[in-house]
Design a protein around this ligand. Structure first.
Ligand code: FES
Length: 218
């Protein structure tokens, strides 16, 4: 007969397994995780663990970051504009001082004001010549008005009066208005140059009869 090994008692065999204890849950103090209470939030609410309704620290940080970025962006934009402006030409665009005004036959006897706005001149034809008056009062530089009914120019600033040829006769203007250089182009049109003026200074000889101050026989 084979030896039968005695069954050895197994320690704790048959004993009920020890009850598993639930893992200890740390107590959480909710007030630690609530952001800084908003201004005006009652202490009682914060102390009682009620979530504050004001902005959290994260919100405040985000707003600060946005502000900083906005300031940096504005600064860089201004800097770039100034940088590129530096390379742009700073040219003063002034009206052309040499220009054509058409053919002599287009101007009748008397004063023609159609170029006053564009070139600040009047074209003046008398029985023996054609000339161009520069429309600037010789007192302080205002632009006089042509008064056809009175056959004179009247300065609106201080009342100087000039006859139909621009010769002063009343008010503070010290001398007649200047005349611009005038000549005929090869195509027959009149060329005016307002950078070359002929004047009649007070008490001195007139330059109104100088070559270039008028056209004749046109
Ligand atoms: S500017 Fe013409 S009268 Fe003074």
């Amino acid at each position: 007969m084979p030896e039968v090994e005695d069954a050895k008692p197994v320690p704790n065999a048959g004993a009920p397994a020890a009850e598993a204890k639930p893992a200890a849950v740390p107590k959480v103090d909710a007030t630690k995780y609530v952001g800084t209470p908003a201004v005006g939030t009652s202490k009682a609410a914060a102390a009682g663990g009620v979530a504050a309704s004001g902005p959290t620290n994260t919100d405040v940080d985000r707003r600060r970051r946005r502000l900083v970025w906005a300031a940096v962006t504005a600064f860089l934009t201004a800097w770039f504009i100034a940088f590129f402006r530096f390379f742009l030409p700073r040219t003063l665009f002034e009206p052309n001082t040499v220009f054509k005004i058409g053919y002599p036959s287009e101007f009748a006897l008397g004063v023609d004001t159609k170029f006053q706005q564009k070139y600040r001149i009047w074209v003046d034809r008398t029985p023996d010549r054609l000339f161009v008056i520069y429309a600037r009062c010789t007192h302080l530089g205002c632009t006089p008005d042509w008064k056809p009914s009175e056959n004179k120019f009247k300065c609106p600033c201080h009342g100087s009066g000039y006859d139909s040829e621009g010769i002063n006769f009343e008010g503070p203007a010290p001398r007649p208005m200047d005349r611009a250089k005038i000549e005929l182009a090869p195509d027959g049109q009149i060329i005016v140059d307002t950078s070359r003026l002929y004047s009649w200074p007070k008490g001195q000889p007139s330059h109104f009869n100088d070559p270039g101050a008028f056209l004749t026989g046109v």
